[in-house]
Design a protein around this ligand. Structure first.
Ligand SMILES: [Zn+2]
Length: 81
């Protein structure tokens, strides 16, 4: 039984852990990495206790995107004097 269902938007990206985190009642953090998400993993576990949460996210947001052409790089406006 998962402790809670948490949307990925409500989790924090932790640069140090390279994982999305969410506060665990024990004082530690539930953690799930992007790699886990890409693999379809939806359980974020706390390393300090036996609790875990179910992460709600859109798997398509994390799969390796081959066609990322919609994201055009922001063009810098060159001011011509
Ligand atoms: Zn915990």
């Amino acid at each position: 039984m998962s402790y809670d269902d948490v949307e990925i938007e409500d989790m924090d990206w932790n640069e140090k852990l390279q994982a999305y985190t969410y506060p665990c009642p024990c004082g530690d953090l539930f953690q799930i990495t992007k790699k886990d998400l890409k693999l379809g993993e939806e359980i974020a576990r706390c390393p300090s206790c036996s609790l875990y949460i179910t992460v709600i996210y859109n798997a398509e947001d994390f799969v390796d995107q081959k066609s990322n052409k919609n994201l055009t790089p922001t063009r810098k406006t060159i001011s011509v004097a």
